[in-house]
Design a binder for this molecule. Structure first.
Ligand code: ISE
Length: 333
């Protein structure tokens, strides 16, 4: 019997998750799709063989045809929807961020702790990307010595017309924050956001450089540039005591032509992280069946939001900002 999944939100990511769950992931079936736009809900539901469209996500969460929920609605709706899933004790995979504010994340953690078992996963999909996994494996192996510095690049083609300067941190740099914690196995203690000359091609402060001071004085330096024009480009290099580990550009072919060698960049994260999204969903569905939680937990979601909040504060103050975390509850040990 397949796990019956309800997908909330039929925008770019909701439609993509629904497609992957129906056509690529094994052991799952999308039985319900909700979106405030009835046409969008119906369209995505139709791609999932007999899924029912819903207008109200709370009805979807409570419906008997749904065993587990995937939340891919706008960020500000995440906390209420995840809490509604916990209310009826249904597992939920929430797209990043878990919630835009620390207070909302803490409510989720308190509720999950009261239930005494983990039901919440957060869609930080880079944890399933083969490149970052190999980077972590090689670091943990120990041959290269301790990690000292991590250089990251995160470039999008263009940002949405509604983007704000703080969204570079809360929407994009959160991935660097989460993956740095994942690879390095250390927490962030201080965040500083530096604002270089801004591109004339956007109204907001873009690019931004985010410095994360981690435990043991490991430093992560991430360039976030969301109007880079030329393509979606994510890079990382980890500098260790006896060598470096870099992600290699994940293109399938390099073309030589007319005295040039070239390759193409993807247009956005869906193509760049296609493998990661598939692996993340498969691991979630397998975990639901075996009872083992995988991927980023509600705790990881809370930490990423807490660090991002400090980053947004630093963007405004121009100063380094401390990250203060609550003690890690035993549920997330
Ligand atoms: C977007 O929301 C994502 O999550 C992408 O992974 C990220 O690269 C992009 O910058 C965000 O806007």
């Amino acid at each position: 019997m397949s796990t019956k999944v309800g997908v909330i939100g039929a925008g770019i990511m909701g439609a993509e998750h629904a497609r992957l769950l129906s056509l690529v992931v094994s052991g799952a079936q999308v039985t319900a799709v909700s979106d405030p736009d009835p046409d969008r809900a119906a369209q995505t539901a139709a791609t999932c063989r007999n899924a029912h469209p819903f207008a109200n996500p709370l009805d979807l969460i409570r419906d008997k045809s749904v065993d587990a929920v995937l939340v891919a609605s706008p960020d500000q709706t995440h906390a209420a929807l995840v809490l509604a899933c916990l209310e009826v004790e249904k597992p939920v995979l929430c797209e990043k961020p878990l919630a835009p504010s620390v207070d909302e994340c803490l409510k989720i953690i308190a509720r999950e702790q009261a239930l005494g078992h983990r039901l919440v996963s957060v869609g930080y999909m880079r944890r399933f990307d083969p490149g970052y996994l190999e980077m972590k494996r090689r670091l943990d192996e120990g041959e290269l010595g301790a990690a000292l510095v991590m250089h990251c690049i995160h470039r999008n083609v263009t940002s949405s017309p509604f983007a704000t300067a703080s969204m570079l941190i809360s929407g994009s740099a959160v991935h660097e924050i989460d993956v740095a914690r994942f690879v390095l196995g250390r927490e962030v203690q201080r965040v500083t956001v530096v604002t270089p000359r801004k591109t004339s091609l956007a109204a907001i402060q873009d690019p931004q450089i985010v410095f994360l001071e981690m435990e043991d004085r490991v430093v992560v330096e991430a360039e976030i540039f969301v109007n880079a024009q030329y393509g979606y480009d994510v890079r990382a290099e980890l500098v260790c005591e006896r060598g470096t580990i870099s992600l290699t550009p994940p293109h399938d072919v390099t073309v030589t032509h007319a005295a040039r060698e070239s390759f193409s960049f993807p247009g956005d994260w869906r193509a760049r992280f296609a493998h990661a999204y598939r692996a993340e969903l498969q691991a979630w569905v397998d975990g639901l069946r075996s009872g083992v939680s995988t991927g980023a937990s509600a705790w990881d979601g809370y930490v990423a939001t807490a660090v991002a909040e400090a980053g947004v504060k630093s963007l405004a103050s121009g100063q380094p900002e401390e990250v203060k975390l609550m003690a890690r509850p035993s549920l997330y040990a």
